[in-house]
Write a protein that binds this ligand. Structure first.
Ligand SMILES: Cc1ncc(COP(=O)(O)O)c(C=O)c1O
Length: 318
């Protein structure tokens, strides 16, 4: 394009050394001043090498003890080149993370400024970007997620009083349709989908509380109090025949104040839907509604387990 478009020129961020010079003249001094010279570690997700080389060089001139850590992607040859000096094209494969890693070594690198390279997977970089946005309210881009993930992989090397600066290169607004889109994340296997089984396995008490149709409402209420639950499936021997719920009983109490002496079979609601053990939590959310406070699934030993509206809300909030 630079040869075809009039009055244009090719910036070439890879091999134009003005790239690293800009960071030497600006990013380095900015970090030194803002940390009042206390920085001990610089962490940079690296692509052209301009940021890490320029910033790292300036900081090391100020204090040679500062450690400079580069964060790279799987699929890039930079880490192996740093560790062995070899340009190994077998290291190179397509990856999804944007802005970092290379399939060659750009001129902007001065590897002598860098102390360590650490690789991060596409999944972990994306998951960390979402986590920082959610937990810290800093709406960061993909390579920033990778930078922080790389640092977390190296955190055992840090001491309590270290002052670590991590560069967040870009903004989350560029990744609305990608990292911040659940469907995009799921299609790439980046979101761990929780299922009915995960909720049940996370419980301390596994036994399902049930009641029989000939029991009284008072007994059902007693069970609800005792186990702090709102829904009880009604079982006739092995079979599920209905359910009693706090909400359902509350509605009936006005037309029948003596309800506590009724048998469960006279007041019960329809049985809860039965799903498979691997049903994703998102799907359970569609089955649980105002008439249906819960769903059930049978495990391999034939025992029923329950997941309630409360369980679904809890699991999605985690
Ligand atoms: C989003 C993003 N992150 C990280 C980097 C890496 O910075 P550098 O090329 O200075 O190594 C780039 C570089 O273009 C980038 O676009």
């Amino acid at each position: 394009m630079a040869t075809e478009v009039p009055n244009s020129w090719y910036v070439n961020q890879y091999d134009n050394l003005a790239n690293r010079l800009a960071h030497y003249e600006q990013t380095g001094p900015e970090i030194w001043e803002q940390t009042e010279g206390k920085i001990t570690h610089l962490v940079v997700a690296t692509g052209t090498g301009g940021t890490i080389t320029g910033t790292g060089k300036y900081l090391k001139e100020k204090n040679p003890d500062i450690k400079v850590w580069a964060i790279d992607s799987y699929g890039s040859l930079l880490t192996k080149y740093f560790n062995t000096g070899e340009i190994d094209m077998k290291e190179v494969h397509p990856y999804i993370t944007e802005g970092i890693g290379e399939d060659f070594v750009p001129e902007n690198y001065d590897m002598s400024v860098i102390d360590k390279f650490e690789k991060v997977t596409d999944k972990e970089g994306a998951v960390m970007a979402r986590r920082i946005t959610k937990e810290e309210g800093i709406f960061i881009g993909y390579s920033a997620g990778s930078a922080l993930q790389g640092l977390m992989q190296l955190k055992h090397e840090l001491k309590k009083d270290d002052v670590v600066v991590v560069i967040f290169h870009d903004h989350g607004s560029r990744y609305i349709g990608k990292v911040y889109n659940d469907q995009w994340m799921m299609e790439r296997g980046f979101l761990d989908v929780k299922s009915f089984a995960d909720i049940v396995n996370g419980r301390v008490t596994k036994r399902l509380v049930t009641i029989e149709p000939h029991n009284t409402v008072a007994e059902a209420v007693e069970l609800m109090k005792k186990y702090d639950i709102e829904q009880i499936p009604v079982m006739n021997g092995e079979g599920l025949i209905g359910a009693v719920s706090e909400g359902g009983l509350f509605k009936k109490i006005f037309s029948n104040p003596e309800i506590k002496n009724e048998t469960v079979s006279n007041v019960m609601e329809p049985a809860y839907p039965i799903v498979s053990f691997d049903t994703p939590v998102e799907r359970l959310g569609n089955l649980i509604n105002k008439d249906n406070g819960a769903v059930l699934a049978k495990d391999e030993s034939g025992n029923f387990h329950i997941v309630t509206k409360y369980d679904v809300i809890q699991s999605l909030a985690k």
